[in-house]
Design a protein around this ligand. Sequence first.
Ligand code: AMP
Ligand code: ZN
Length: 472
Amino acid sequence: MEKLYFFNTLSRSKEAFKPLRPPMVGLYTCGPTVYNDQHIGNFRTAIFQDTLKRVLRLSGYQVRHVMNVTDVGHLTSDADEGEDKIEVGAAREGMTAWEIAEHFTQRYLKDLAKLNIIAPDVLCRATGHIPEQIELARRLEAKGLTYRIEDGVYFDTSKFPGYGRLDPSRLEGLKPGARVEMMAGKKNPTDFALWKFSPKDKKRQMEWPSPWGVGFPGWHLECSAMAMHYLGESFDIHCGGADLITIHHTNEIAQAEGATGKQFVRFWMHGEFLVMNQAKMAKSAGGFVTVRVLEEKGVDPLAYRYYCTTAHYRKQLDFTWEALEAAQSALNRLRDRAQALFQESRNSPGGVEETALVQKRFVERLEDDLDIPGAVAALWETLKAGAISPKAQYLFLEACDAVLGLDLLKSSQDQLPEEIRRLVEEREDARLRRDFKTADEIRLRLAAKGFVLEDFASGVRWKKRQEKESRP
Ligand code: AMP
Ligand code: ZN
């Protein structure tokens, strides 16, 4: 690849990307808060981050990817008030806080695998890094950047020059005289908790001793502490969803740079929301869609990954079931095409040079701030034009898939839900036995479930009936 350009939230412009210590790239992504399943909105951000990682790898970089798991300290309100989401989730599910965090972490990792998202090199839990967080808060205290009030130790944002530069529009609304509700004792509306004391009247499941008293870390502290622990005090790229810019990432910068006096992160990259019915998909809002729900409806999780290629990562993506079906059939068509190309070119030599030619157009789109919709359009155009040999087209699909992660070389016939696959096989057996009555019965049962079979000399193939009304 020639040169990568990424949009940097910090400068609000596209900048040429250069790592601090090539060929290494340090990448930190904010991970899940594990009190519930992640929804496909969360996974849109995870897919964007995975695509970024794959493009960096394609460019010859060695990516060290660190992702946190928030298993303590994320409160139900962004204003350092409310209850700990993990403890609330634990009560809901009848588990301990530790159990619920582990339970949903494991489910999260399974979902990542289903979406072909490459696991991070380091997966770090907030509860596993309490000493690092206390140490960072102590450094800030030593520099006079903190103060203590009844419910915890706070970061004094007025003492950190340049506070809030990741989102200057927020400070506009907080100019002197603006009416903002503020917790008693807080000096500035933007100040935030580094360490919260356990409530006096209630025993928390997760709490630790600290120089200031028994309690737990504020949510933002974990990311600054763990990112610096694993990637150094300055590193290359930090990502997350757009909702993290204003508070979480702003506070991460204040904590890290307040302690070290060095630039924390070179490139801040943020993915826009997945929206459904005009609202951001959110765990707290209910009615969200999980990978499990996709599978229950017979949708391949990778069809959702294809869906994510239809919008640039910095644009909102609207979710509808109809559009997801269209994504599933587009993905099936690509896979069918790959199978046909494979059959056609099985014994033909070459193809590599022709592939390099068309690949350039695909790669150029990636270099321009990860223009995945543009890259996928280039892929379809190449296949439609058919100007290169079947072998070259097949190799091209293979190369594109290294970035797209869609299992394009896998036959769409493998994607049947288990129960349906068994029925298809039973019907095949019946046909071989010339028991056409049973075969027809099974065909009808499959049709009732929305699967249409077509018999070919080479065997049976299936299609999913397009049925709008079967979706909520
Ligand atoms: P959480 O588990 O809520 O801490 O979120 C994990 C990641 O998902 C963060 O990077 C969020 O910014 C991101 N996220 C949350 N909701 C959405 C959404 N509707 N669309 C895209 N990303 C989201
Ligand atoms: Zn974070």
